[in-house]
Write a protein that binds this ligand. Structure first.
Ligand code: K7E
Ligand code: CUA
Length: 868
């Protein structure tokens, strides 16, 4: 335990976690600590991570979802998961892979015609401007099926998947260059670049590795495959990569782990890959000038085209001084370029060292031709000693690096040790170790806050641990992964929090300051998020219709609280059906979902979005469709029917059931009742509107937005009212009642949002509550006082505004009255009140302290009396 923390007094800890130091609270804190077996350091950790309801995080983390083929998003320091993003794998909640447009994106990931519905995601990367995260785009690789996906951070939705036509697996991607000009994606398991059969015996001749340099357009956020190219590498099993920056801008670095070019064969009695691939003491770091190669690739003379992609052959790269090798210690894994681009840090899984190369020295060695020879493919090998800056002895199994805030002067860097289960803090300028933190267990990557950019933020490191073993409750043989949050602000690292990840094995995560992300909260009405343009199926209120073209039925529908329009769709067996649906909501977070039962379609409709769902009506019958998000009190009613009829079948109609009908008088009565209800409800609405206007709601954007939504709902009323009156005139009372009910529905929705707006406005306008008043308000609610009293209004009990002024010695009087009401039942004033309300104030068994707090709350009410 950190000794500084040990010495902290309990009072200081209490103050730290925001508990006021009155003895009662202190003893409660002690009790909780004892009951839960918490140390003072635990409390400190809790205070550093606990985020009260409504609180925000400083950083947002994008973590690979490993074999789930998806990504996850969480906040730091709270470690609360905010979202899963469907990427290579269908994700039903978001409709990812269950509506037409998302199916199309997933289909972009088809490999040689085959749809692949999973992915092995490893390395997410955020787009950069001048080597710093700009919060616009996110990309990630799929190791199993070499592909890159692009996610738009405007809505956190995957917008593009590109397939690498050459590689059969990839790993060293995705890495952005400093201005997001390109994305590097290095091969992993060497294989023929073409799609033909080549025997293992011709491995050296016909198997190849490489790095694909994908052209990226940061304006539109798309990879441009036609402008991309691949650099051919020897079959050395390339691993991780990083792009140079500042001093080393224009260059790329990719390491490898099979310079032996071993080809395995355990089944033939040969040593397995693991033995053959780790025979040499060193492997190769590939150093290449992507900038120069991009220019060269423009000339057809310099490339061969394989599977439609331009490939710069090894000899062309070598001839142009654009490709070199540097030996690196045994079985390297991570390669990370320092924020100023001057150092390249390589960690080897089978070496206890991290090796720091100097870019200056590498350049000098290239200039002076300080080569120790050439590899079998003619690539010059730079003398390792001449390129090295220093080596740090870190421990067993160093894998990955992240830079800290004090990188420049103190060479602050953090490295994960897989075998030792540690994070090591060291100095890459001096190669001295400074601190170690045990993690649980077997860490892979580690994630610093913008820790691989030119502007590392420090603050935290997240350890992405492969094994959890004993950290969580037992849930069967498959354990979750364990992400551990470590505070690096002090001299010593402090472990703060364990977060289980039950979704594939996240290899790497990247963290960005939350302030850099500015996503939309809604789409422009009728948008197709994948084109950014109006959707071909965009339908506005009043435009709903069903169209038949041959045997394709198009439904142009809308969704809004709480109905789907249309509610009946009749088609013939064998028809193709397309539902176009637009969510007409403008209110934030008013998402609807849509499915047709048993047809394996689903869509998520965020406000303003239009989706398309196409399927073949290949089964006869009646299929309910409904909204799948609990969007309002009448969400269950948000439904309709798809009726699929076999046109070649003769149907006998059922006998009509005889049911009692309501008399005209009964209907009249019901009609009057609903009209009266509507009038009363409207009164409530008008009073809320008056309050909002008088208090200038328009000055507060969040309130304004709610009011706009409320008015939007309210504006639908006249039309329904008209329909009701017309039906009434025609004597169709049934219909008139239903339309009046619809009026009421809109009123309820208006009131619902309107009241939310009012409450928010009150909070904005009111003087802040003292701690005591806040506790008093809670005691008031918990005591059920609001069952009879409504602040600002006489209801089942008297209005409490001004209650402290109503009696002499008001505070004392009220306190006595709450504590012992029965003592005052015979008081004439109380008697008359009891008679008036036909209710007696009960003894709620409150403590004196609670009553004192309630009085503070009542004082706050009086101060803000104008708001009630
Ligand atoms: Cu080390 Cu794929 Cu970056 Cu796993 S990788 S840990
Ligand atoms: Cu819309 Cu539930």
């Amino acid at each position: 335990m950190n000794s500084m923390v040990k010495r902290l007094s309990l009072a200081a800890i209490g103050a730290l976690v925001g508990v006021s130091m009155v003895s009662a609270d202190n003893s409660e804190l002690e009790k909780v600590m004892k009951e839960r077996g918490l140390t003072q350091q635990d409390l400190l950790a809790a205070a550093k991570t606990y985020t009260p309801s409504g609180g925000r995080d400083k950083y947002i983390v994008f973590s690979s979802g490993g074999q789930s083929g998806q990504m996850l998003v969480y906040g730091v320091p709270s470690m609360r998961i905010l979202k899963y993003i469907g990427v290579f794998t269908p994700e039903p909640w978001q409709g990812w892979g269950y509506d037409d447009d998302t199916k199309k994106i997933l289909a972009e990931g088809k490999i040689r015609g085959k749809q692949i519905t999973w992915g092995d995601t490893h390395h997410p990367a955020l787009s950069e401007t001048n080597g710093r995260y700009d919060g616009k785009w996110l990309v990630i690789n799929d190791k199993a099926n070499p592909r890159i996906a692009v996610i738009d951070l405007n809505d956190f939705v995957t917008k593009q998947i590109v397939v690498n036509p050459l590689f059969k697996s990839d790993h060293g991607g995705a890495f952005f260059t400093p201005n997001s000009e390109y994305i590097l994606e290095a091969c992993q398991y060497a294989a023929p670049l073409d799609n033909n059969w080549h025997p293992m015996s011709e491995y050296k001749e016909t198997y190849r590795g490489g790095v694909t340099v994908w052209k990226f357009d940061p304006k539109i956020g798309r990879i441009l495959p036609d402008k991309s190219f691949t650099i051919e590498f020897p079959p050395y099993m390339q691993d991780l990569s990083d792009a140079g920056k500042e001093a080393s801008y224009g260059w790329g670095f990719t390491n490898s782990f099979n310079s032996e070019m071993y080809t395995g064969g355990i089944e033939k009695g040969l040593p397995p890959f693991e033995a053959g691939c780790s025979r040499n003491d060193t492997d190769f770091l590939h150093v290449y000038n992507w900038k120069k190669l991009a220019e060269l690739a423009k000339d057809p003379k310099n490339v061969k085209v394989i599977n439609g992609m331009r490939v710069v052959p090894i000899d062309v790269a070598v001839k142009n001084n654009a490709l070199f090798l540097i030996p690196e210690p045994k079985s390297p894994h991570g390669v990370d370029v320092s924020p100023d681009g001057k150092y390249i840090v390589v960690c080897g899984k089978l070496d206890t060292h991290a090796t720091v190369y100097s870019w200056d020295k590498i350049q000098k060695a290239i200039k002076n031709k300080d080569f120790v020879g050439k590899d079998p493919y003619g690539i010059p090998i730079i003398d390792m000693k001449k390129a090295m800056h220093c080596q740090a002895e870190l421990g067993l199994g160093p894998l990955h690096n992240q830079f800290g805030k004090h990188w420049k002067k103190q060479g602050e860097i953090y490295t994960s040790l897989y075998v030792d289960s540690q994070v090591v803090k060291w100095n890459y300028l001096t190669c001295k170790v400074e601190d170690r933190q045990n993690v649980n267990y077997n860490i892979g990557h580690l994630c610093g806050m913008e820790g691989k950019t030119e502007d590392p933020q420090g603050d935290y490191i997240i350890a992405l641990n492969k094994l959890a073993i004993d950290r969580f409750n037992e849930i069967g043989p498959l354990h979750p992964q364990n992400h551990q949050l470590i505070d690096i602000r002090g001299k010593k690292m402090q472990l703060l929090y364990d977060m289980p990840i039950p979704l594939g094995e996240p290899h790497q995560a990247v963290a960005i300051r939350a302030s850099k992300l500015k996503p939309e909260v809604r789409y422009k009405m009728g948008t197709n998020p994948f084109t950014g343009k109006p959707h071909r199926g965009k339908t506005l209120a009043g435009q709903e219709h069903i169209e038949r073209k041959g045997n394709h039925v198009y439904v142009y529908g809308t969704m809004v609280r709480s109905h789907i329009n249309p509610e009946h769709v009749n088609v013939n067996l064998g028809d193709t059906v397309t539902f176009y649906l637009t969510n007409l909501e403008r209110a934030e977070d008013e998402t609807h979902g849509f499915t047709v039962d048993q047809y394996n379609v689903h869509a998520s409709l965020e406000p303003g979005k239009t989706v398309a769902l196409t399927f073949k009506a290949d089964r006869e019958g009646v299929f309910p469709y409904y909204c799948t998000e609990f969007c309002s009190a009448l969400h269950l009613e948000m439904m309709g029917y798809l009726l699929v009829k076999d046109p070649n079948k003769h149907y006998v109609s059922a006998k009509k059931l005889k049911m009692a009908k309501m008399s005209k008088e009964q209907l009249e009565k019901e009609y009057e009742k609903i009209v009266a209800t509507n009038k009363a409800t409207d009164k409530v609405i008008q009073s809320v509107v008056k309050f909002l206007k008088e208090n200038h709601y328009e000055k507060y954007p969040v309130v304004k937005q709610l009011v706009e939504d409320a008015l939007d709902q309210y504006s639908k009323i006249p039309e329904q009212q008209k329909k009701a009156e017309e039906a009434y005139k025609k004597g169709d009372l049934e219909k008139a009642i239903l339309f009046q009910n619809m009026v009421w529905q809109y009123m309820v929705k208006t009131a619902d949002v309107g009241i939310r707006a009012r409450d928010l406005l009150v909070k904005k306008l009111a003087t802040p509550m003292s701690e005591a008043a806040r506790r008093g308000h809670e005691a008031y609610l918990e005591g059920g006082c609001n069952g009879c009293h409504v602040i600002g209004k006489v209801s089942s009990g008297p209005d409490l505004v001004g209650v402290l002024q109503r009696h002499k010695n008001g505070e004392k009087w009220v306190k006595e009255w709450i504590l012992h009401p029965e003592k005052m039942y015979n008081n004439p004033y109380i008697k008359s009140m009891t008679n008036y309300f036909n209710l007696r104030m009960p003894n709620q068994g409150m403590t004196e302290k609670q009553v004192d707090d309630i009085i503070e709350y009542l004082k706050w009410i009086d101060k803000n009396a104008n708001l009630f």
